[in-house]
Design a protein around this ligand. Structure first.
Ligand code: PLP
Length: 472
């Protein structure tokens, strides 16, 4: 592929991408194919002769797009969104063209240095305590996912807790989180060989948040049993309901008890950009590490999970490995020692493009628009007696959890399926206190109030249809 041919192909693909985004409304939001749909549509073997981009794009449109659940649709309200944007996609092209594998500083100095700078920029925008920024002795590192950040923090916590102890004490390490914490905490324990994970109960009366007193009691019981409590995960914006664990109280308890506190703000962290929501992030200075996913909430395509560590030496103690062929004069700057894999993309480029091409003002406006959409949905919900906001939840950070006013699991499941089967919207459910609960998660880049109103019309129609069926 010569430079001119490459240029033409690139233009052709960018045209295709722009057309896809403009015409995304013609696709069902949730893919409607059945398992195994693709194999019969494609040849059984790779082609012997080269094929052109026209033929490939035609197959993408005909065979691949029907099998895509359109996360970039403005009517995608499932899970938490994975928003992207033109600046992020442009940066991703640059990233894949440079294709550096920035495990060490010398493997591409700009890869390491731009990442450190971008993490300081974003940390400042989020109003993080200075101890997480490089000037205050902190370290920012871009992981692929929040799950990896939780694992890296656990490995660091374990290294700190076991320092100076006999190796067999590793079996005594205990980690803590609430029953609302993301499943990645359990996965991190499985991977890190932590045998004891205490999943602490939460209650609707406290909006499903982790209580410091419950944590303290659990830690004391484990200490009395001769175990080694070492790590707690608190969440700002839980996956089910966007609950906010009380960071000041949990942080004070963690410090008193000598636990490593990791704050998982995978989804909600972006909202620290808004001064009016900063209070949810108070007390972060007591944390040892925290993480948020711009690939969820901040217009940056997957993968970009931003982790800040107060004292990165424990993560390095857990993860440093420098064979002879990776030695160079500035090994202490290497990001390979703050993550599990060796290779790493230049993910900072997309964050850099996004922060520059939107500016802090543009990012704040984007988040505020989401909050306006959330309020619009709440207002519609308030006028509908057949539905209610889920008890023990408060709509926040673009998420509204709601239920049938008279809970009925089978009906709720069937209604949600009917809503999603229209192809006009896509929502998923969770369970809160055992009740089937719908989640409307606002996270798509182009969602506006009109899309929320359209979603509401689909929901109402499903409720009306059910009522009519019951009357027949
Ligand atoms: N933490 C929270 C609170 C989440 O909501 C999620 C995913 O939705 C995760 C962690 C996992 O994110 P990732 O896919 O980046 O590992």
């Amino acid at each position: 592929f010569g430079a001119e041919e490459w240029r033409c192909l690139g233009h052709q693909l960018v045209d295709w991408l722009a057309d896809y985004q403009a015409g995304i409304g013609r696709w069902p939001v949730r893919s409607q194919v059945s398992p195994g749909y693709l194999r019969p549509l494609l040849p059984a073997a790779a082609p012997e002769q080269p094929q052109g981009l026209d033929a490939i794009l035609s197959d993408v449109t005909q065979h691949i797009l029907p099998g895509i659940t359109h996360w970039q649709s403005p009517s995608f309200f499932a899970w938490f969104g994975a928003n992207t944007s033109p600046p992020s996609q442009l940066a991703e092209m640059l990233c894949s063209a440079l294709n550096v594998i920035g495990f060490s500083w010398i493997s591409s100095p700009a890869c390491t240095e731009l990442e450190a700078i971008c993490m300081d920029w974003l940390g400042q925008l989020l109003g993080l305590p200075p101890c997480f920024l490089s000037a205050g002795g902190g370290t920012g590192v871009i992981q692929s996912t929040a799950s990896e950040a939780t694992l890296v923090a656990l490995l660091a916590a374990k290294a700190r807790a076991l320092a100076g102890r006999p190796p067999e004490d590793a079996s005594k390490v205990v980690a803590y989180c609430s029953d609302q914490a993301h499943s990645s905490v359990k996965k991190a324990c499985m991977v890190a060989g932590v045998q004891h994970l205490r999943v602490l109960p939460t209650h609707a009366a406290q909006q499903h948040t982790l209580q410091a007193a419950v944590l303290e009691a659990a830690v004391e019981a484990d200490r009395a049993a001769g175990l080694l409590p070492c790590y707690v995960v608190a969440t700002v914006g839980t996956t089910s309901s966007c609950a906010v664990d009380p960071i000041p109280a949990v942080g004070a308890a963690a410090q008193r008890l000598g636990l490593w506190l990791h704050v998982d703000a995978a989804w909600a962290g972006a909202y620290a950009l808004l001064p009016e929501l900063r209070h949810h992030f108070e007390g972060l200075e007591a944390a040892d590490s925290l993480d948020t996913n711009p690939h969820k909430g901040l217009l940056t395509g997957f993968d970009c999970s931003c982790m800040w560590i107060k004292d990165a030496s424990w993560a390095r103690a857990a993860l440093s490995l420098t064979p002879e062929y990776l030695r160079h004069a500035a090994n202490d700057l290497d990001y390979k020692d703050l993550q599990v894999p060796l290779g790493r993309k230049m993910r900072s480029l997309k964050l850099w493009f996004v922060m520059r091409m939107y500016g802090a003002e543009g990012l704040r406006a984007y988040l505020r628009n989401r909050l306006e959409c959330q309020r619009a949905f709440e207002a519609l919900l308030a006028g509908e007696p057949r539905l209610r906001v889920a008890p023990g939840t408060a709509p926040a950070f673009g998420l509204v959890c709601f239920q049938l006013s008279r809970p009925d699991e089978a009906a709720s499941e069937a209604l949600l399926e009917a809503v999603n089967a229209t192809g006009k919207v896509f929502l998923v459910h969770t369970k809160l206190d055992g009740v089937h609960t719908w989640r409307l998660a606002l996270g798509s880049t182009n969602t506006q109030r009109c899309h929320v109103e359209a979603a509401w019309a689909v929901i109402q129609q499903a409720l009306d249809n059910r009522e009519q069926e019951q009357q027949q």
